[in-house]
Design a protein around this ligand. Sequence first.
Ligand SMILES: [Zn+2]
Ligand SMILES: [Zn+2]
Length: 173
Amino acid sequence: MQFNVAQLLKESLGAQREHHLNEDFDSLEETGTNRVSGDLRFLRTDEGIWVYGVLDSNATSVCVRCLEPYEHVIRLKVDDVWYPLADINTGAKLKVPDEDAFIINAHHELDLTEAVRQYAVTSVPMKPLCKPDCPGICPSCGTSLKYEQCTCSRLQSDPRWGPLLDLLVKQQR
Ligand SMILES: [Zn+2]
Ligand SMILES: [Zn+2]
């Protein structure tokens, strides 16, 4: 996800480019994200290049109920400035505001990878669910209720078993 922005850096403030992305790349460790698509606008500012737009991407999360990984779509809102390390005309070293800032390297290449990684990490749900009604795992026997029922879950869900369950509980005391 590299763009050579030498030409855009040479242009006057406010100059812009539109980039259509549809890219596959090595999957990111935390989210398994390995493709993005969408439109980004690159705008020359006095500080560097402001990149904004929305990307659709993928992520793999582990469902909090059934504990299985599943793939889902995430939406990445790109809105950041990339700062050049070197002045495009003189080659002089430039200061970047802080060490976490996104940078345009000395070859005038703007790399989106790290930004996509950060956006992806913050876009995945805190409590991922493979589907809204995922039945999860039976707390008693560990059966994954997505695929099969177990006796304990049937006992709990059928009110007719209520009196018998009460009896069993009493006997155990
Ligand atoms: Zn699930
Ligand atoms: Zn069970």
